[in-house]
Structure formats: C-alpha cells, structure tokens
Design a protein around this ligand. Structure first.
Ligand code: CA
Length: 274
C-alpha cells in the first residue's frame, strides 16, 4: 500500500512540475509561421518562458466589485505573449550582474532570496529597466485581466476559478500554502488560465498601466510609462487576503516604492520577438 501511495505521489509531483506539459510547442521567430495559442518562447536574455495568448474581446471590470472596477466594459486585446511565471531572483540577479544594477530591497534576507522565489522589492522604474535589458515589457492591465479571466470571466485566476489554499499563496497557514511571510518558489501551485502560474497571489505584479478610471483605453495616455503616475498592480500576494486575488481587483502604488510583496511578470507584443 505504501508503495502505491508513494508511486501516486511521485507521479503527481512530476505532473505538477513547471513545464511538464507533454504538448508544449516551442516557437521561435525562425519557425516560419505566426505564433498560435499555447506556443512557448524562451527569451534568450533573461530565460523567461512566455506563452502566446491569442487576442480577443472580453469584459473587463466587474459591476459587482469595488468602485474602481466599474463599469464592466468590453475591451479588445491583440494577441500577445505573457510570462509563464513571475520573474525570479535568479533572473533578476543576471540583470543586476549584467547592468550593474543595485540589489532589490530585501535581497539580503534569507526568506526572500532563494533563486526560484519571485523577485520582490522592485520599483516600477526598476521593472522598466529590467524589461529594457531583456527586450520585453510589462503586461498592460487589460492584458493581465484578459489572461486572468481565462475567457470565462473566472472570479479568481486559478486552475479552478475558485480560491482556496491548494490553488494559491495568500496568507497561508496550512496544507500546500504555508507561505504567509514570503513568496513561494514560482510554480508551487497549479497553473491557472492559459497555463500561467501564480497570477493569483504569491508576488503582486506591476502592470504598465497608470491607475485611471474605467473604461480602459490603451490610447488615453495610461500606457505612457515614463509619466509619473500611480501604477496598477494585479493579483494579490502572500501577505494579503483572498479578496485581493480576484481577477478584476485593481491595486495601485507609487512608481518609486519598493515593497516586499511586489514583483513583476514579463510580456511581449507579437512583433516584439525577433
Ligand atoms: Ca502573482
């Protein structure tokens, strides 16, 4: 009996390993066809794995949510790439070594500096420099929510669309989520919509969008990343309650703040990968 349990647990562990999907299709610009849904691309500079998300129209916001989530409205996004995982300390260290960039806040603390944990303590301006270094960008708030809603208006961006401590890292005290004081290594919980990990919880993620009222428009100045504005973060984090992990929930911070629960995720436009 013990052997059977061990075998099942081992198989489960293998199936849950990040990137253990048998059907993964690698895409490179030289492949000779446009990217398709689910294609994966590995950025040669920072090693980020990006997944292609076909564009479409979706309902952004939530009329039953908080005031800044209203009104729910239709937004169209073009096809784009998004990071399969949050950017890790290991990746950020490479950026620091390459560019002579200073350490993120908290990098000297053992609970925050494991190579496979998401980097935290990143200013928005640091995130911009990171993206410039690796020829990528942050997702817009609309792109982030498009992925998080999974095309089905999921309430939470988890594998099930529901939230519990088997699905995400948020104020965890038991079971798979005991990470109340620090982010878990990326990919520690089941993949969410489109096979993307840790959209719900773990590290909060900077988006490129300024915090402005809805309806969202990429052409009204909110995507001018050099302008000094509050910037939107999405997804909640290890140190916050479940309501912050909702798909439509918007949070915002000043661009120069370095907080131990804020990290980043990469994205790219279709014509950006060469
Ligand atoms: Ca996250």
């Amino acid at each position: 009996m013990k052997k059977i349990v061990f075998a099942v647990l081992t198989l489960t562990s293998i199936l849950l390993l990040p990137g253990a999907h048998a059907e993964t299709r690698r895409w490179t610009p030289s492949i000779g066809r446009p990217p398709q849904a689910g294609d994966e691309y590995t950025n040669p500079v920072d090693g980020s794995v990006l997944v292609f998300i076909p564009g479409g129209e979706f309902t952004m916001g939530n009329d039953s949510g908080e005031a800044d989530e209203k009104p729910a409205h239709k937004v169209k996004v073009e096809g784009f790439w998004i990071g399969k995982y949050e950017v890790t300390n290991k990746q950020y260290m490479k950026f620091m070594e390459s560019e002579g960039y200073p350490d993120p806040a908290f990098m000297d603390m053992p609970e925050f500096n494991h190579p496979s944990q998401p980097v935290v303590g990143i200013k928005f301006l640091h995130a911009l420099e990171y993206m410039k270094w690796c020829d990528l960008r942050m997702p817009t708030e609309a792109e982030w929510e498009f992925v998080a809603s999974g095309g089905k208006r999921l309430e939470y961006p988890t594998a099930t669309g529901k939230l519990d401590h088997t699905q995400a890292n948020y104020l965890g005290r038991e079971g798979p989520d005991t990470w109340m004081d620090a982010p878990a290594p990326v990919g520690s919980f089941p993949a969410g919509p489109f096979g993307i990990f840790d959209l719900a919880g773990n590290a909060w993620e900077w988006t490129s969008s300024a915090y402005m009222p809805y309806p969202y428009s990429a052409r009204d100045g909110r995507e001018n990343v050099t302008e000094r504005r509050f910037r939107v973060m999405r997804g909640g984090s290890y140190h916050f309650g479940g309501r912050y992990l909702r798909t439509a929930q918007r949070h915002h911070f000043r661009m120069h703040l370095r907080l131990d629960f804020v990290g980043l995720r990469v994205a790219a436009s279709t014509n950006q990968l060469r």
